[in-house]
Write a protein that binds this ligand. Structure first.
Ligand code: NAG
Ligand code: NAG
Ligand code: NAG
Length: 368
């Protein structure tokens, strides 16, 4: 018992020193699942009161709570998906961590969060000079927890990742819970002679937690220069979901995109084309084997040309292939995919779901 405590306090001392920066590797950041707890003397109930360095490996500010899975808040049971602990950020509270990276490279942050009692929860994720406010109003999964991705370009060899709750709720204990924070280096793909589109198979993208089975949301209004899904933009009102073959049915390779929110959920890429030339856009449409059943339609656009691809989903996986032939009318052609309908999972009527797209290829055709 004594030795265990000594070890723990050594760890705490090591991680609470000032100006610590952690070295980057793909996966959880230091104490990224918050399993290393503040000292008992730094806590008052659930509130971390021991100052900026009380939470190992992080610097905190404002009203930050340390939540144990199974804790009750009113009649709400707080359940933590990974391990036993999570943090909650009250109004204007933040957590931050300094990480050594490679200047000029792109990185994606994935974090798992849940909203609690507030209605309009948002989180501001920033790595100077960039920041993004991720809305959490839409519940995509019925258990309340979702993984979100956000990407940045490292402008310095050392960056500070900040997750901040800009909320102004009456009850400071109504802020979002955060359970896991991970980082992954992104390698922006290039078009090849086999595909004019970049990252058409969606194989390059944000970190996916091996222990969570609900995919990663790529938030709306993501432009292509800082997309966690390199090459693609999410230009819609709602997120799209990045899914992996360990937890879902995926038409090709290890990753794909699920179009979650009907016409409000779209991904796009602008391709270089030669006016007057013939092109063929081919892609796979399927379902993720996540009980998302029914008649679905994926609409694909290439500039002004469009095709509607119907897909009958039994929610058990499977896919079909489709193609759209078109003649380019300008030097840039916008390729876009969306789902015509909204669909809810048949095993719980509160989770949004939809058709999957994958293996998107575009090639120019020789004139017949
Ligand atoms: C702990 O929190 C309670 C209620 O918010 C407060 O009354 C009390 O003074 C706090 N104790 C310490 C040691 O800060
Ligand atoms: C988000 O945080 C960054 C960095 O602190 C700040 O510059 C930006 O204004 C914030 N955005 C919002 C909407 O609060
Ligand atoms: C996944 O779960 C296993 C077993 O519970 C655990 O040892 C591992 O640390 C977890 N991995 C991550 C990245 O959370």
């Amino acid at each position: 018992m004594g030795r265990k405590l000594a070890l723990l306090s050594a760890l705490l001392c090591a991680t609470t020193a000032f100006h610590v920066a952690f070295s980057f590797k793909d996966g959880l950041v230091a104490n990224g699942n918050f399993e290393l707890a503040p000292k008992a003397s730094d806590m008052n109930g659930t509130v971390v009161v021991g100052g900026a360095h009380a939470l190992p490996a992080w610097e905190i500010s404002g009203f930050v709570e340390y939540i144990k899975s199974g804790q009750k808040q009113g009649d709400m049971l707080l359940v933590v998906p990974e391990g036993a602990y999570a943090v909650r950020l009250g109004n204007e509270a933040s957590i931050k961590q300094r990480i050594n990276v490679i200047k000029g490279m792109y990185y994606s942050i994935t974090f798992v969060a849940a909203r609690t009692c507030a209605q309009e929860e948002r989180l501001n994720v920033s790595v100077a000079p960039d920041s993004g406010v991720l809305p959490m109003q839409t519940l995509y999964s019925s258990n309340g927890w979702d993984a979100y991705a956000w990407a940045f370009r490292a402008e310095y060899p050392q960056v500070e990742i900040v997750i901040h709750n800009p909320g102004v709720e009456e009850d400071p204990a109504c802020g979002p819970l955060i359970d896991s924070v991970a980082l992954r280096a992104l390698y922006p793909p290039r078009p090849t002679n086999k595909n004019i589109l970049k990252n058409g198979g969606f194989e390059e993208g944000p970190y996916v937690f091996p222990n969570t089975s609900w995919g990663v949301l790529i938030p709306p209004n993501i432009e292509d220069d800082h997309s966690p899904l390199p090459g693609w933009m999410v230009e819609s009102l709602k997120a799209v979901k990045y899914i992996d073959s360990d937890h879902f049915s995926v038409p090709q390779g290890r990753r794909a995109i699920e179009l979650l929110a009907g016409k409000e959920s779209a991904i796009a890429q602008v391709a270089r084309t030669i006016p007057g030339k013939n092109y063929v856009l081919s892609f796979a449409v399927g379902d993720a084997s996540n009980s998302c059943e029914g008649s679905m339609i994926v609409e694909a656009f290439a500039g002004k040309d469009t095709i509607k691809v119907p897909y009958e989903s039994k929610g058990k996986g499977g896919f079909k292939r489709a193609m759209l032939k078109f003649v380019a009318v300008s030097a840039r052609t916008r390729i876009m995919f969306l789902s015509t309908f909204y669909t809810m999972r048949s095993d719980d009527y509160s989770s949004l779901c939809g058709p999957v797209i994958d293996d998107v290829k575009m090639l120019s055709l020789r004139k017949p």
